[in-house]
Design a protein around this ligand. Structure first.
Ligand SMILES: [Zn+2]
Length: 443
């Protein structure tokens, strides 16, 4: 081609508040932050006026359902990673409950390659703990770790690894490559047929309840197992006040446990189920106001390490039906930043520096993800999210990049907008809109 794209486009981000702090210029060139300071200039660089914007390390999601392979009607790696870029993410971890399940080196390499081809974010596959998520025998954890996808996070998410012998063996196995088992904590017998949180609202509605103890009993067992074999446990989508207490206790004893909360569990409660609108049906279920308060406090004091979206797109026929038949799950990639700003920053519980920790630094560390979650300093990989914290917008699922229309925040006005996302030095989002993916030709 005679008109080759610029191979080393440079961007000068002028006057962004780094982590909400001092205003700094950032020169992005050749995939890295080439220079930081004030009053920078660079011949030929495109200038981005970041007056009033907050600069964060590119967001990292440890818990995303991209549905490919197998359920491309719900989402694809392409559409899901576009949504991620628009939400300010530069890396997502794709959960293993695809079809076929990501339980072999072949499937995780397929997902990894699809992510590279799409070029919107890093896509790191999560490997299944057990073959077919069936909870009967361990999957090829070592082969997935050694594969090109370099899997470090393993999870049967959607299902709980409820057999304690299998859970123990999995925790022991991943120590060889500093992996982590991410547990979907749900005691299956205690939640048989459960439709929503067990409590006052489920009693009124006459729905089968999902007791807090079904989550808490698994977390209690697993932190003790992690202590016993001295391995790393990650607890997915913590949803109850009691779970926060158990994790706090475990951390005080030095147990290697990390934990995650979703944006929706930081805000919404089971009162919404009174509407019978299946958009509020999710696993784990929306809990009570007391739980929401405990989750926010746990995230603020570090008991809960990260926010994971649990982005779970579904085709409309799986959600626009009766409550009992509806699929569980909510979209989250394009609203997470705003919901966390609303629930945690605007409530005064955390600042933007802590926001960067729970949305980027800590998830990158837990996932052993090089090049992400780094301080915005000279020499760091240029994974950067620019946010306008003063902007407000109304959530319209029809206008989202995800195929899923099942956002529980539809119609709500939220604060904070992603103005730009730099993925390895390339702007995947500019002026609040999708730009172009990072291609191997242009990189
Ligand atoms: Zn789950």
């Amino acid at each position: 081609m005679s008109t080759a794209p610029e191979t080393s486009a440079a961007y000068l981000i002028r006057g962004a508040a780094i982590g909400g702090g001092a205003r700094t210029d950032l020169l992005v060139r050749d995939g890295i932050i080439a220079e930081t300071g004030t009053g920078l200039s660079a011949a030929g660089a495109a200038v981005i006026d970041a007056d009033g914007l907050v600069a964060l390390p590119g967001l990292v999601d440890l818990h995303t359902h991209l549905r490919e392979p197998g359920r491309e009607d719900a989402e694809t790696v392409e559409t899901g990673s576009r949504a991620a870029a628009l939400g300010g993410y530069t890396a997502v971890h794709a959960m293993a409950n695809s079809s076929p399940v990501a339980d072999t080196a072949g499937v995780v390499e397929q997902v990894f390659t699809l992510g590279q081809k799409a070029g919107w974010t890093d896509v790191r596959p999560v490997g299944a703990v057990t073959v077919g998520l069936a909870g009967e025998r361990l999957a090829e954890l070592g082969a997935m770790a050694d594969s090109r996808a370099r899997v470090r996070v393993f999870s049967d998410d959607g299902m709980c690894v409820h057999d304690p012998i299998l859970m123990r063996r999995a925790l022991e196995y991943v120590k060889a490559f500093d992996g982590v088992i991410a547990q979907h904590a749900q005691e299956p017998r205690l939640t048989d047929g459960a439709q929503m949180n067990e409590g006052a609202v489920s009693a009124v509605l006459g729905m089968t309840g999902w007791p807090a103890v079904a989550e808490e009993s698994i977390i209690a067992r697993d932190v003790l197992l992690a202590q016993h074999v001295d391995s790393r446990l990650h607890v997915c989508h913590v949803s109850t006040a009691g779970s926060v207490e158990i994790i706090r206790w475990a951390k005080q004893r030095g147990i290697k446990v990390t934990a995650e909360v979703t944006p929706h569990h930081l805000w919404l409660t089971d009162e919404l189920v009174r509407s019978y609108d299946p958009v509020y049906k999710v696993n784990p279920p929306l809990r009570t106001d007391e739980d929401v308060k405990a989750l926010r406090a746990g995230l603020a004091d570090g008991t809960i390490d990260i926010v994971g979206t649990d982005h779970a797109p579904h085709p409309s026929e799986a959600k626009e039906c009766e409550w009992a038949q509806a699929a569980m799950g909510m979209t989250g990639l394009e609203t997470a930043l705003s919901v966390v700003q609303h629930t945690m920053v605007e409530s005064g519980l955390i600042g933007w520096d802590d926001f960067a920790r729970v949305m980027s630094t800590a998830p990158a560390r837990i996932g052993q993800l090089a090049g992400h979650g780094q301080p915005l300093e000279t020499g760091s990989a240029a994974n950067i999210t620019l946010v306008d914290p003063a902007a407000r917008w109304q959530v319209d699922p029809q206008r989202m990049a995800t195929k899923g229309r099942n956002s529980p925040f539809a119609g709500r006005e939220l604060p904070g907008r992603v103005v730009a996302t730099f993925y390895r030095g390339h702007p995947t989002v500019l002026d609040g809109a999708l730009n172009t993916p990072l291609t191997s030709e242009g990189a």
